[in-house]
Design a protein around this ligand. Structure first.
Ligand SMILES: Cc1cc2nc3c(=O)[nH]c(=O)nc-3n(C[C@H](O)[C@H](O)[C@H](O)COP(=O)(O)O)c2cc1C
Length: 186
């Protein structure tokens, strides 16, 4: 797929099934992540790749986090947390590593990490790999951060689910460029 076609037409796939991306596809997606715009070339990102039994372990970590907030969860609620990461055959935990820098504030480092994730999901789309960037309460929960080994300087910017799309690509929403771009001064 041409780069511009991927950039203009990328969509997320919520319904994902096995197989996940091949080693060759993963190599392309991961290389794309590293070419995000990055003030100061700080590379303020790192990723954890989780598949197979790792997804079950992540579900158990989610449940531990949820129980820390609310010990009286019923069985159905517990099952929901355990199953949450099983939406796809694999996922990447996208992590921003924020360092003190005289010219690059925290916000810019988060933006660079987010740009890196955007590169990944666009690369995945170009390769025919389905992807879905999610966050949610678990992305911000200290129990989850600790369980995944994050340092105090690190934040989760997303869980990027990947796999084979269950549905064909839908059309990207038709947004009107002039609604978002104006000349200044008019
Ligand atoms: C930082 C970030 C976090 C997101 N978290 C969620 C989420 O937790 N749940 C969700 O349904 N969509 C989430 N999204 C949005 C989806 O990834 C997706 O972009 C959205 O559903 C629009 O679909 P599209 O990418 O096909 O246009 C998030 C997007 C971003 C940028």
């Amino acid at each position: 797929m041409q780069a511009l076609d991927a950039l203009k037409n990328r969509i997320s796939h919520g319904k994902l099934q096995a197989p996940g991306p091949s080693p060759e596809q993963r190599a392309e997606i991961e290389a794309a992540a590293l070419r995000a715009a990055d003030h100061g070339n700080l590379r303020p990102w790192r990723y954890l790749y989780i598949s197979g039994e790792g997804l079950q372990a992540l579900g158990e970590l989610y449940l531990k986090a949820a129980l820390a907030d609310k010990p009286e969860l019923d069985e159905q609620q517990k099952e929901r947390f355990l199953k949450m990461p099983l939406r796809a055959p694999c996922l990447y935990v996208a992590i921003a590593n924020i360092t003190e820098h005289p010219k690059v504030p925290r916000e810019e480092q988060l933006m660079a990490a987010a740009a890196s994730v955007q590169n990944m999901i666009t690369a995945a789309f170009a390769l025919g790999v389905g992807a879905y960037w999610r966050s949610g309460d678990m992305a911000f929960h200290q129990v989850v951060k600790d369980g995944l080994g994050l340092q105090a300087t690190e934040e989760i910017v997303g869980f990027v689910y990947m796999g084979t799309p269950q549905l064909p690509n839908r059309s990207a929403p038709e947004l009107q460029v002039p609604d978002f771009f104006q000349n200044w001064p008019n």
